[in-house]
Design a protein around this ligand. Structure first.
Ligand SMILES: [Zn+2]
Ligand SMILES: [Zn+2]
Length: 271
């Protein structure tokens, strides 16, 4: 069994006013429970709501994976409470930072005074940082996590977590089109149970944002169909899309494909 918690589903910036109360305003964070272990994908502002699960985990162990470290994917990092507990272990993984000196050096550079009063090196938890090259598989006991390079400014990496015949794919931030390896991505996500995809825009307004590194909900559903996935999760909602707009997006998604669904903050899926 895999349990997926959608803790932050918004792209680019948190959206905090009442116009976002139905779908949620926290930025990217998805927590996956598999084989009694915690796997967190991205540390957007939504990771704040992962704290209770992390603090209560019997092993006091969190595996944190960055798709990349644009602000909306890392701004919540110091507010994941297990970082402040000396008996907690946090393993941080990133595959897009080799050309920037690696994840550890990046976190040391950015989490320091005067941006934040406690330097990264002073966090009480036992933290191990590791970098990898996308395209390989990582084994965590009975759980395997494979990786795939995405098309995004400064780079980004997709993840596929496999456990006991079930799988979930976390694919954000990514722009489809000429520079994307679409065939490779289809093979990467083929047959997965839940395909989470960067659906910032739609096919009608995408031309206004070409080159920004994001995709559309229609492309999510086309990819899902081409790769015969079970469910396609519309994710990384544009901050312009208030609840009023998201209701329309959700209706259009369901009309396009019964296999699609729009993620909401707080949604939990078990597969
Ligand atoms: Zn993003
Ligand atoms: Zn990004």
């Amino acid at each position: 069994m895999i349990k997926i918690h959608f803790l932050g589903v918004r792209g680019s910036t948190p959206c905090c006013d009442s116009r976002y109360s139905q779908y949620g305003g926290h930025t990217s964070c998805v927590l996956v429970e598999a084989n009694d272990q915690l796997y967190i994908f991205d540390a957007g502002s939504g990771i704040i709501n992962a704290s209770a699960i992390g603090l209560n985990h019997p092993d006091k162990l969190t595996n944190l994976f960055f798709s990349h470290v644009h602000l909306d994917h890392m701004m919540g990092l110091p507010f994941y409470f297990p970082f402040w507990k000396p008996d907690h272990h946090i393993n941080i993984h990133a595959g897009s930072l080799a050309r920037y000196g690696g994840i550890e050096s990046f976190l040391k550079r950015i989490l320091c005074e005067p941006l934040f009063p406690v330097p990264f090196t002073a966090f009480p938890a036992q933290i191990v940082c590791s970098d990898f090259v996308a395209g390989h598989e990582h084994i965590f006991g009975a759980v395997s996590i494979s990786t795939f390079e995405l098309n995004h400014p400064n780079g980004a990496v997709a993840y596929r977590l496999n456990f006991n015949g079930k799988s979930v794919c976390y694919v954000t931030d990514h722009e489809h089109g000429d520079n994307a390896n679409r065939d490779g991505l289809i093979e990467f996500i083929r047959g997965t149970d839940v395909f989470i995809y960067d659906s910032s825009y739609d096919d009608n307004n995408y031309a206004n944002y070409k080159g920004w590194g994001h995709s559309t909900w229609q492309e999510a559903l086309r990819l899902g169909n081409d790769a015969q996935v079970v469910k396609t999760a519309i994710f990384h909602h544009d901050p312009h899309n208030t609840d009023e707009k998201m209701v329309d997006v959700e209706a259009a998604v369901l009309a396009f494909s019964e296999k699609g669904f729009v993620t909401r903050q707080g949604m939990v899926l078990t597969i």
